[in-house]
Write a protein that binds this ligand. Structure first.
Ligand code: AMP
Length: 283
């Protein structure tokens, strides 16, 4: 019979679980998630396995990255299904702390990232978000002490922020970005896609189509501002409420006006009914 998948819920139990890996000289990769796992998360696990002999997946819906008006309480959770998926994926360890373990009474330290985290993209619409993510990711990296940590390009600004954070704090970990996994029609996989009605689900792939066609037009030499103006209207008239669609430097996320200003990433966020979708593409 296959060995049961170890699920640890306290920091001492976690330390006991990972200690034998380093003692045996085995590298460890961490995939941080909020659960409700899908093929996007599994792509991170697959990449983790390519880098390290041991793979840990954390499941923690982090309350501090949600604003009071956001979907913390309704965020999709299915721990039993997640465990089945991770057992099938043959990961070595699940780190599933409670909020009380992560933020015990008296917890008082908060990491406030700048740089890419203040690019006026997600941070403009979710001002709580990156402070909460930076604090929890720092804790996860200190707790698990992995050699590698994998993050999706789907959350591109987050990936840039975490890369900077690991560098700035000299964390002994290599941050690895993994390309976005999509449905056949282009929609980026997301736990929040479960919120979409059938009618919204039919419209949702338009966001990626517009990003892709805009990237192509910019590559072909059309002026960025003109391309984005048309794209914003297209997204708006299709029933989305656009939060932003921007062209940014792919590493710093600083605004760019012309193609020659560097590798460019197009990033967008838009609401479809009660669901907020984000996506991005390289130019
Ligand atoms: P989440 O559980 O949504 O917080 O996501 C956990 C990790 O999975 C993050 O690093 C995400 O960027 C990544 N991720 C989520 N969706 C996808 C996707 N469709 N493709 C690749 N990575 C993803």
């Amino acid at each position: 019979m296959a060995k049961p998948l170890p699920v640890v819920r306290t920091v001492p139990a976690l330390r006991r679980a990972v200690e034998p890996y380093s003692a045996a000289g085995q590298r460890l990769a961490l995939v941080p998630t909020m659960g409700a796992l899908h093929r996007g998360h599994l792509a991170l696990v697959a990449q983790a396995k390519r880098r390290a002999r041991r793979v840990a997946v954390s499941i923690f819906v982090n309350p501090t990255q949600f604003a009071p008006n956001e979907d913390f309480s309704s965020y999709p959770r299915d721990f039993r299904s997640d465990l089945r998926i991770l057992a099938d994926a043959k990961v070595d360890l699940v780190w599933a702390p409670s909020a009380a373990v992560m933020y015990p009474e008296g917890f008082a330290t908060h990491i406030e990232p700048a740089g890419a985290a203040k690019a006026e993209l997600e941070d403009k619409f979710r001002p709580h978000f990156f402070g909460g993510v930076a604090t929890v990711v720092t804790k996860l990296l200190m707790q698990v002490a992995p050699d590698f940590a994998l993050f999706g390009q789907k959350d591109y600004q987050q990936l840039r922020m975490v890369t900077q954070l690991a560098k700035d704090l000299d964390l002994p970990v290599t941050i690895v970005g993994v390309p976005t996994v999509r449905e056949k029609d282009g929609l980026a996989l997301s736990s929040r896609n479960a919120y979409l009605t059938a009618a919204e689900r039919a419209v949702a792939p338009l966001l990626y189509r517009v990003l892709k066609s805009s990237a192509k037009r910019i590559r072909q030499g059309e002026p960025i501002a003109a391309v984005l103006d048309v794209a914003r209207v297209e997204i708006d008239v299709s029933g989305f409420t656009l939060d932003y669609l921007e062209a940014r430097h792919a590493l710093t996320l600083a605004p760019v006006a012309a193609r020659k200003e560097g590798p460019i990433r197009l990033l967008a966020a838009a609401k479809l009914g009660r669901t907020r979708l984000i996506d991005n593409v390289a130019v």
